[in-house]
Design a protein around this ligand. Structure first.
Ligand code: GRF
Length: 202
């Protein structure tokens, strides 16, 4: 499938997706990388590859609607089939989501529905949970509320702060996101209400 990856920053998940494609562990193609932040490290990660990149800044648009329309137009221009949010720090409206029904994925650094929103790893440390992890889910109108595709747990250790926990989770994110995208590309994800069923490999 053709992927459109939306980023705002570091882009380590983008890197993991790129690596999986290069290693032929993931049969997909990145059609375009869109950043809402100029100079994001994520953009540098695809430099040297034959991948289109675009910066679309919120402040260049009068309102969220026209900003999102510009993103949607760019994705459509590149025939994107799956929109991959990889550290994209903005909430998308239901109008935008309606353009790509069942075709937007996000990764969140906690075991949802625990600790949605910002600073999930700090939330987990503050709460005192003994296990956290990451979640790949389809995006719906809510914040980190969409149907869950894959989750993996990591321990929270006594000495952890948000940074050490984030690092442990990130390591797992980098395996889980390419795997979830692969399942989508193989046509193996079926949604029944809130539940995502992973069908057998044919
Ligand atoms: C990751 O922790 C991801 O779970 C969250 O934002 C972070 C993005 O990191 N949504 P990166 O830009 O992929 O390095």
């Amino acid at each position: 499938a053709v992927l459109g990856v939306l980023v705002s920053g570091r882009g380590s998940n983008l890197q993991a997706i790129l690596d999986a494609i290069q290693a032929e562990r993931l049969r997909a193609k990145i059609g375009v990388v869109i950043s809402d932040t100029p100079g994001a490290l994520a953009l540098k990660r695809v430099a040297g590859f034959d991948i289109a990149t675009t910066v679309i800044e919120r402040k260049k648009f009068a309102d969220r609607r026209s900003f999102e329309q510009a993103i949607a137009a760019e994705l459509q221009l590149h025939h994107v089939e799956l929109v991959v949010l990889a550290g994209f720090m903005r909430i998308l409206s239901s109008e935008f989501i309606g353009h790509f029904p069942g075709r937007i994925m996000n990764i969140h650094p906690a075991l949802l529905p625990a600790f949605p929103g910002l600073d999930a790893q700090a939330q987990a440390v503050r709460y005192g949970v003994k296990v956290s992890g990451c979640t790949v889910h389809f995006v719906d109108e809510g914040v980190d509320t969409g149907p869950i595709i894959l989750q993996e747990a990591v321990p929270v250790l006594d000495g952890d702060d948000e940074h050490s926990l984030a690092e442990r989770i990130l390591h797992v994110e980098h395996k889980l996101y390419p795997r979830a995208i692969g399942l989508f590309c193989e046509g193996r994800l079926r949604t029944e209400g809130r539940r995502v069923i992973i069908t057998e490999k044919r």
